[in-house]
Design a protein around this ligand. Structure first.
Ligand code: G6P
Length: 606
């Protein structure tokens, strides 16, 4: 979605805003803009990337107060005019906004009837006009922003400056994140700590319905009814180095290669060899409460949802508790039945995905118990849940998720082990899983060592218009995630199907133009999977097999052999070659790997 940055302090705001926007570009990248206050407002905005904006900002663009924005269009096409900040007619107020105002058309019609001229097609511009009107009456910018926000319905993270108040910026949050950064005689705000860590590690997250006034020497927060709120700053343990490509050509490749370390971090300190159990301090569940759950329902969006499918299988296999995963976006709209003996688990890398957050809020409203499996410490979803597991995977910058996916699956393995050992999983099986988990980082390293072989296969298949991905039971979520990676970064059409369903329809598509990636773990379904390979090849389809058994490779046209772990944990390893496959297919096709078209990393709107 869109990214926001704000600065107030003794330095020139523009370079700080541009640097911050670069860090936020993963959130949206169709246009960018900034405004600084220096005897009036100075504004630059362009359709394009942050680099295009940087080129458009003149050297003398001075001013110690400013706001910036990188956009992912919702209302109005990407254009210079629709780029933020948006101003009122007198060019006194400038607003940057992340989110969607649902009643913007209605407000716009009223304002137009009152003689207000609009220059853009955006929903945001109504806010600039509303605040400009209110500020004349209320006297303070904070009150004017509150008044304007009371008139709108929808989601927002906003930052506002007033040319007549060069010392303060007002920010507000409802559904779209705002993080305040506390510096030495300077203050920052942004949609994500990524934009702040170069300057400060002391941050404060705004809650929904909260606003803040930032001045160089401090800040204060308050509610929509002007009641002051108390905030305790958090220290972020990610530093600016985490946001560099670290010598890799793309963030995605860096993040794929980080997985031996990130998986180890998710596991660190959480395996107990004495009882063969997992220590998960943040669950906030007694063994007694754990035993009372009769079902587990997992929700998340995109890759988080697919990792949830792996999680559901792990919980069913190891704990024998019925579990299933569902897209959070579907779940929240179908008026779900919330049961007291179901444990709900919400998954999110960013911790800010709006559909997942809204589903958690709906669950909480109905009295559901929700755990979060989240990467970003202190994020909205993490704060909303009753307990959970942090991934500790470090920031994931590339839009397509890789290391957060594997760490989530690992977190689920720990959760399933914990639940299993509270129920009937034997110590021997507990030990088998603990040992399997410990082997993962080294085995991931082994797969990464075969990157060239996988890259050659990716180049071989990249020119096909379409690819089928199939897997059975444990292989199916892996196939879904493999197809997701390929389509999102290479734009090659990819469909995932349970291998068993092929004959019920999609087999009609199989032919020389539609190769199949078959995920074939060495488990009790191996023979059935091998039969599927035969069916595909009998119809002239090429097969790239990703599996464990070299001997079976002759049944496929190509094969990537992956080290074997315990059957329950194999899906984690089988995912890695498909990440590399998608990456190298995207590179071969010349795609913008880290910022695929039409997508954003953190989807903070519905
Ligand atoms: C977006 C991203 C996906 C991600 C999904 C959920 O669609 O492009 O890569 O899987 O959001 O994000 P979350 O931060 O909630 O895991």
């Amino acid at each position: 979605m869109c990214g926001i940055v704000a600065y107030v302090g003794p330095k020139d705001a523009a370079p700080i805003l541009l640097e911050g926007l670069q860090r936020l570009e993963y959130r949206g990248y169709d246009s960018a803009g900034l405004a600084v206050v220096n005897r009036g407002l100075k504004v630059r905005k362009v359709k394009g990337r942050v680099a295009d904006l940087a080129a458009a900002v003149p050297a003398r663009f001075k001013g110690g107060l400013g706001i910036g924005h990188t956009r992912w269009a919702t209302h109005g096409a990407p254009s210079d005019v629709n780029a933020h900040p948006h101003l009122d007619g007198a060019e006194r107020i400038a607003v940057v906004h992340n989110g969607i105002l649902e009643n913007a058309d209605e407000i716009r019609a009223k304002l137009v009837a009152d003689g207000v001229d609009f220059v853009s097609e955006t929903d945001t511009e109504v806010l600039a006009h509303l605040i400009a009107r209110a500020v004349k009456e209320t006297g303070t910018l904070a009150d004017a922003v509150r008044t304007a926000l009371k008139a709108v319905v929808g989601t927002y993270g906003i930052a506002v400056v007033d040319a007549e108040r060069p010392g303060e910026v007002v920010v507000a949050r409802n559904g779209s994140p705002i993080v305040i950064g506390i510096g030495e005689k300077e203050m920052f705000a942004a949609s994500d700590v990524a934009a702040l860590v170069r300057y400060t590690r002391q941050v404060v997250h705004l809650e929904d319905g909260e606003l803040a006034v930032l001045k160089a020497d401090g800040f204060h927060t308050f509610t929509m009814d002007a009641r002051e709120t108390a905030k305790v700053p958090l220290t972020v343990d990610w530093d600016a180095g985490h946001y560099d490509t670290g010598g890799y050509e793309h963030y995605l490749l860096k993040e794929i290669n980080e997985q031996p370390e990130t998986v180890a971090r998710t596991l660190r300190g959480r395996i107990d060899d004495r009882f063969h159990i997992a220590h998960l301090g943040g669950l906030n569940l007694t063994p007694h409460e754990t035993r009372a759950f009769r079902r587990v329902k997992i929700i998340g969006c995109g890759s988080a949802y697919y990792s949830g499918q792996i999680g559901a299988q792990l919980i069913e296999e190891l704990a024998r508790i019925p579990a299933d995963a569902e897209p959070a976006s579907e779940f929240r709209y179908r008026n779900p039945v919330v049961e007291h003996d179901t444990l709900y688990v919400a998954i999110s890398q960013s911790g800010e995905t709006y559909d997942t957050l809204a589903a958690v809020q709906e669950l909480k409203r109905k009295g559901g118990r929700v755990l979060g499996i989240v990467n970003t410490v202190g994020s909205a979803i993490a704060r909303e849940c009753d307990g959970g597991i942090y991934l500790h995977a470090g920031p994931e910058v590339s839009v397509a998720s890789t290391k957060a996916f594997t760490s989530t699956a690992v977190a689920f393995a720990l959760l399933a082990l914990h639940f299993g050992r509270v129920h009937d999983l034997s110590p021997a099986d507990g030990r088998r899983i603990c040992e399997g988990l410990r082997r993962l980082p080294e085995q991931i390293r082994e797969i990464l060592g075969r990157e060239e072989e996988i890259a050659a296969l990716a180049r071989k298949y990249a020119d096909r218009p379409s690819m089928m991905f199939v897997g059975r039971v444990r292989g199916y979520p892996v196939a879904r995630e493999g197809a997701q990676k390929l389509k999102e970064i290479s734009y090659v059409h990819a469909e995932a199907y349970p291998a068993s369903e092929l004959k019920h329809g999609p087999l009609a598509l199989i032919g020389p133009d539609m190769p199949t990636v078959a995920v074939v773990p060495d488990d009790e379904l191996l023979d059935k999977n091998l039969t599927t390979l035969g069916e595909i090849r009998a119809r002239g389809g090429q097969v790239l097999m990703v599996g464990h058994r070299m001997a079976e490779a002759k049944l496929a046209d190509d094969c990537i052999v992956v080290p074997k772990n315990e059957v329950e944990l194999d899906p984690i390893l089988l995912t890695i070659p498909l990440q590399l496959f998608a990456y190298h297919a995207a590179v071969a096709l010349g795609r913008d790997v880290d910022k695929p078209r039409n997508l954003a990393k953190s989807v903070t709107v519905e």
